[in-house]
Design a protein around this ligand. Structure first.
Ligand code: IPE
Ligand code: IPE
Ligand code: MG
Length: 237
């Protein structure tokens, strides 16, 4: 695969942990544990491929509605993973960032997040963005409210102004959005940012998605023609 067509910014909806576990007659939480293991492989593969920015959907603003046992397991898992994975991130020169309403988490989780961000802040390779307590509508509303507070009342908001207040500000435009687990929806992920992203849906459940599957997605991306509203001939000129 030619490196020229490696997407700069890849986002992944890591879906299917629960079904993966249930198919093995295990609790859904077993699937989340396996899902975290898989995340490591995908982060390393992206770093190796030269992807600049990887945004992973770890917990949506709607996932609070799940059974309390599952939510608290996920929170504990996040704390553990943050502690454990800093070494791997440093080995891969990956800088950790978070997007989402982090203030909605416990103090314990918030400090683990801050610590991990700090411990990887000198890295200048892959930018790994974890979307946690994230919702695309929240992101847009947040940006609009910030602009509202700052702007003159008669000033119209432009696309650039809004984009610069989104949680992804400063990151490359989203090129490729992958969803595992067979569902074909965006589930309130990067709804503004996905406007011209290529979409790739995999039937693999997240714990079964691996570096080879990622390669298939990247190869398909490389073979697509992005037109951004123009004709195919214009794009080839
Ligand atoms: C995605 O897997 C992980 C999170 C939402 C935290 P799911 O837990 O949604 O797995 P399925 O879709 O129920 O199989
Ligand atoms: C999206 O998956 C959120 C994450 C992967 C973190 P969901 O499982 O929550 O999405 P729906 O409910 O099937 O749309
Ligand atoms: Mg799901």
């Amino acid at each position: 695969m030619s490196d020229i067509n490696v997407p700069k910014h890849v986002a992944i909806i890591m879906d299917g942990n629960g079904r993966w576990a249930q198919a093995k007659n295990k609790k859904r939480t077993f699937g989340h544990k396996a899902g975290v293991e898989k995340t490591r492989e995908i982060i390393e593969a992206c770093a190796e491929k030269g992807v600049e920015s990887l945004t992973l959907f770890a917990f949506s603003s709607e996932n609070w509605a799940r059974p309390e046992e599952e939510v608290s397991y996920l929170m504990e898992l996040f704390v553990l993973a943050l502690k454990r994975e800093v070494k791997m991130l440093n080995r891969n020169n990956a800088q950790l960032r978070f997007i989402g309403n982090i203030s909605g988490f416990s103090q314990k989780l918030q400090s683990s997040i801050e610590q991990a961000i700090e411990q990887t802040s000198k890295n200048d390779g892959l930018c790994l963005n974890i979307a946690a307590n994230y919702g695309g509508r929240w992101d847009i509303l947040n940006a609009v409210n910030r602009l509202n507070r700052a702007a003159d009342s008669d000033q119209s908001i432009t696309e650039d102004m809004l984009a610069s207040e989104l949680s992804t500000s400063g990151l490359p435009d989203l090129d490729l959005m992958i969803r595992t687990g067979g569902e074909k929806r965006i589930s309130n992920f990067l709804i503004w940012q996905a406007a011209y992203a290529e979409l790739y849906f995999s039937d693999k459940l997240w714990p079964d998605f691996d570096a080879l599957e990622l390669n298939v997605a990247l190869e398909e991306y490389a073979s697509r023609q992005r037109r951004f509203g123009k004709t195919g001939e214009q794009v080839c000129e």
